[in-house]
Design a protein around this ligand. Structure first.
Ligand code: FES
Length: 410
């Protein structure tokens, strides 16, 4: 097989490093045991101080691997994913985009979307080093039960964007049992949950195990709502669909609500249909933006075409849910606000477009503030209240504003 590749290593810029330990404790470095760098880039993505950089570094030796029965020479000390890219395998932007392609959206080892059979064991391709004589089957075996890293399993006060305002409470009591799937396909500089987003270490859970843990959290807390958020919980589609199914089996009572909070970027119609069939009852979609340039600024995505695709899928998901499942699924939408990232004009246009879809969709204006790599100033509470008034002026019936004191509205 012919290959064409660039190999990299991560370089540590000492002058930027603040010794926070993220590149050791959060990142599951696949080369650390041998003190080598595979150039996978996980530490580059996760370092809040941007002290890590990938630079080209050709490898001296090659190894022979077998991929779906074909033999190939590839550079040593690179990831299986990079070896496959070099061999011409397509990287898909969506889980179901093209058969035979690889969906590897998080690149930190959290989502296990890139899991494949490697020497008889299913492992994520982005975290596994190529070795001489390695046998790879790109499709996991039929009997494989999907897994991914999920954290949390704790009580969540007020809930997320997809929590109806009537049950949000005042933040003093827990309203949901929550878990968080690690890994994300966005690179938001102001990510609020970035430790989870870039976490690749930990034991991956099957949907059944995660559903058991979340159900037991529900019982301990005495709440009726079960939330999965992230990171981005929709990345590993078979996992999420099965997780919701298992949750429903374990929580058959009519009071149980199954809530998914997501950026919506992967929620094609067929994916939504699957989630609703599985039992999802509530969904929160953080829309990020209407303009592609704003969407790229907020999400940190550099590929304009991909950003445009993700943005349109998320908007279409809101439309599709509102027009096909309004009797079955509660839909909440988040709109980020910070004058360093977007404008009142743009969020007014977002609100007007949601209003055209359905003025009764619950909209939450989110007070984006400093986090991860961003040093933006959080909007003052009175600014968020003014934003709420402006959004309501577009005709929306249910508008909440996130403030430092909790949610205001509707
Ligand atoms: S892309 Fe490999 S685990 Fe997420």
């Amino acid at each position: 097989m012919y290959y064409n590749y660039m190999a990299y290593i991560a370089v540590h810029h000492q002058e930027k490093c603040k010794r926070c330990g993220v590149c050791v404790e959060i990142v599951d470095c696949p080369g650390s045991a041998k003190e080598i760098c595979l150039g996978c880039g996980a530490c580059v993505l996760a370092c809040p101080n941007e002290a890590m950089e990938l630079v080209e570094s050709p490898r001296e030796k090659e190894v022979t691997i077998e991929v779906d029965g074909m033999f190939a020479q590839v550079p040593e000390q690179i990831s299986v994913k990079d070896a496959l890219i070099g061999l011409g395998y397509q990287i898909n932007a969506l889980p179901s985009e093209s058969p035979g392609g690889i969906f590897a959206p998080c690149d930190v080892g959290g989502c296990w979307s890139c899991a494949m059979e490697i020497n008889g064991i299913v492992k994520p391709a982005c975290r596994t080093e190529v070795k001489n004589g390695m046998k790879i089957r790109v499709e996991p075996p039929k009997e494989y039960i999907p897994r991914r890293i999920v954290e949390g399993f704790l009580g969540h006060p007020v809930g997320g964007v997809g929590t109806p305002w009537r049950v949000k409470g005042d933040g003093t009591s827990l309203v949901e049992a929550a878990c968080f799937a690690t890994g994300c396909n966005f690179r938001c500089p102001q990510c609020q949950n970035w430790i989870l987003t870039y976490k690749g270490s930990g034991d991956p859970l099957t949907p059944g195990k995660a559903a058991e843990k979340l159900t037991s959290t529900r019982r301990e807390l005495g709440v009726n709502r079960l939330l999965i958020s992230g990171g981005e919980c929709t990345l590993n589609r078979p996992w999420l669909v099965q997780f919701i199914k298992e949750l429903r089996v374990l929580n058959p009572d009519k009071d149980a609500h199954f809530h998914v909070d997501t950026n919506g970027s992967l929620l094609t119609h067929d994916y939504i249909d699957e989630l609703v069939d599985a039992g999802m009852t509530d969904i929160g979609i953080d829309l990020k933006a209407l303009e592609t340039s704003t969407f790229m600024l907020i999400t940190g995505l550099k590929d304009r075409e991909l950003a445009e695709k993700y943005k349109e899928i998320a908007w279409e998901a809101v439309y599709y849910l509102a027009h096909n499942y309004s009797d079955k699924v509660f839909v909440g939408v988040g709109i980020p606000y910070n004058r360093a990232l977007n404008s009142i004009t743009e969020i007014t246009h977002i609100a007007a477009r949601i209003c055209e879809i359905d003025p009764f969709i619950q909209v939450t204006a989110l007070n984006y503030g400093p986090a991860f790599r961003s040093h933006i100033t959080r909007p003052e509470d009175k600014e968020m209240e003014a934003v709420r008034t402006i959004l309501k002026g577009t005709g929306l019936k249910v508008v909440l504003s996130q403030t430092t004191q909790g949610y205001v509205g509707p």
